[in-house]
Design a protein around this ligand. Sequence first.
Ligand code: NAD
Ligand code: UFG
Length: 336
Amino acid sequence: MKVLVTGGMGYIGSHTCIALHEAGITPVIYDNLSNSSIRVLDQLEKITQQRFDFVEGDINDSAKLAKTMVEHSIEAVFHFAALKAVGESAEQPLRYYQNNVSATTTMLLTMAEVGIKAIIFSSSATVYGDPKYLPIDETHPISSTNPYGWTKVMVEQILEDNCKANQDNLAIALRYFNPVGAHPSGLLGESPNGIPNNLMPFIAQTAVGRREFINIFGNDYDTADGTGVRDYIHIMDLATGHVAAFLAHQKDAGFLAYNLGTGEGYSVLEVINAFEKSSNKQVPYKFAPRRAGDIACNYADASLAKQKLNWTATLDLQAMTDDSWNWQSKYPNGLE
Ligand code: NAD
Ligand code: UFG
């Protein structure tokens, strides 16, 4: 079976291609390379011994999408393609709504045109806004604090409405908590452009000597050590979660949403400590004021995925920092 992986050259999409391949599902990658490198394809080949089909294209380009879907007899779409920087989304909201919402609608129309009925969508725990209770389950109220988050809320709504109108359609929104780590081979990982916004790549770049120190945003939160707590999930666990969701619901219809997290929260200081152990390097840090829009604590109730998908995360924080360091030390400047 062949599936289209939009954004498949990016961080999460590329790792998911490996998990799909391992499950006997053939990924066809569709990506405009706006936030990824063509070299990902070579790395995927080294890992899987398979050259995946790749189409350089934009999801706004309905004609190219339709042609790709038909030529490859695509049966489902794994939709990762999106812009993802929270801060940037507040500065350029229209660009985010266009790329993440309008383009997704275009793609859904194209899917309908060529008769593809199933989509697995990269959503985010950001759709829960400021948590009203912890752990967060899938019935937690939906909201957002920034345009990026609203794009995820809106696409979920579009998918739900579309499934109501077309009762043989399937849409699974996977709400990721904090994806981190790299493929255990060290051949593939996360390499953000510019200064990393997220914790793990910033720590990794500090450990490898690209940055002098890391700012810890806030040490006065109501958490055990005062620093922010998040549910970090290993990228390979996240990848297998996609396969599990697809296989469990392949014959179903309707709109479904699942948390993909470990159910456990770790503080910024705990992550830094684990990284120091993995790298055998000191990670210098300074306490800085809280970052605007940040919440104190966030972790998943991951029991629905366990119950319905027979999936749980298996890799712990040390595996996440080990693999992150393995990748960062092999490729200090990413693939470029
Ligand atoms: P990424 O930037 O590494 O990957 C996204 C890929 O999509 C890139 O390769 C980019 O070139 C491509 N792309 C973007 N717009 C496109 C378009 N219009 N047409 C074709 N390709 C396009 O990001 P990622 O971390 O792998 O995230 C994948 C998905 O998961 C995104 O939807 C993101 O919002 C979501 N998500 C990510 C996180 C996270 O922390 N990384 C958390 C929750 C949700
Ligand atoms: N942090 C630092 N220093 C840094 C970077 C982060 O102290 O340089 C802290 C943050 O304050 C937070 C924790 O590390 O306490 C994690 O921060 P990240 O930026 O790695 O992750 P967030 O939880 O803030 O953001 C993630 C995703 C977003 C998504 C958001 C809400 O990256 O896409 O979760 O679900 F919108």
